[in-house]
Design a protein around this ligand. Structure first.
Ligand SMILES: [Fe+2]
Length: 230
């Protein structure tokens, strides 16, 4: 067990992860990406559209890491004013901030991930705090497609155990987890669905301590439990 995991064991939130359900009619991330970026009927089968288009041009249809990155770049290069990013900020203001109950600091641009079937991990196993040195932050992960099995984010069951297992989510749920300390990552996607997701870290505005991160995580867990939204 690492020193960080031992620290987390001494001082830890009541739960290391919680699901947050939201209304996809109000926050239609998938519809906006289909309309403004990918122009396909279903994001889950985006790989099939790309493969069919390549086959029709006589090109090889096998998808690789560089295809994941190229698809993600289509979203990342949208300007800050794009409806997708506006929707993201509205979500943080209208859904996440009220659950947190205090003003938050969060990434201005989330990280987009596109994980096509049969392509390798898009994020190897790690915990964030040793890299970011931000002990006050909590992780937010929102799939824009339903995710299960090897298309999902993989999490440890407890700090330092490295027993990674998928966290299945449907579109309309986000995962809030203690990713500064809890190991997470992805694996070869052996499902037949494309996974598109975005993630970011957040904390109380002005926070600097692990205790503040734990307070934030606990508050979210308890509020979601009370609201019956987890
Ligand atoms: Fe991470």
């Amino acid at each position: 067990m690492t020193a960080l995991a031992e620290t987390a064991g001494e001082l830890r939130p009541v739960l290391s992860r919680v699901r947050l359900g939201y209304d996809t009619e109000r926050f239609p991330f998938a519809a906006v990406l289909r309309r403004d970026v990918f122009r396909v009927g279903s994001l889950e089968s985006l790989h099939r559209d790309i493969q069919a288009s390549r086959a029709s041009r006589g090109q090889r249809t096998e998808l690789r890491t560089r295809d994941n990155l190229a698809a993600r770049a289509l979203v990342q290069r949208l300007p800050d004013s794009a409806p997708f990013f506006q929707l993201y900020h509205e979500f943080m203001r209208l859904v996440l901030a009220p659950v947190a109950g205090r003003s938050l600091s969060y990434s201005n641009r989330p990280k987009i991930r596109v994980h096509f079937p049969q392509t390798p991990s898009v994020s190897s196993f790690h915990a964030d705090a040793p890299v970011t040195e931000r002990v006050d932050q909590i992780n937010f992960w929102l799939p824009i497609t339903d995710v299960h099995g090897s298309a999902a984010l993989q999490l440890e069951s407890d700090y330092g155990l490295q027993d990674y297992a998928p966290a299945p989510l449907r579109y309309g749920q986000a995962l809030i987890f203690d990713g500064g300390y809890l190991g997470h990552g992805s694996v070869l996607n052996t499902t037949d669905v494309t996974r598109i997701s975005f993630d970011m870290r957040f904390g109380y505005r002005g926070a600097t301590t692990r205790a503040e991160g734990i307070h934030l995580m606990n508050r979210i867990v308890r509020r979601l439990d009370r609201l019956g939204r987890s």
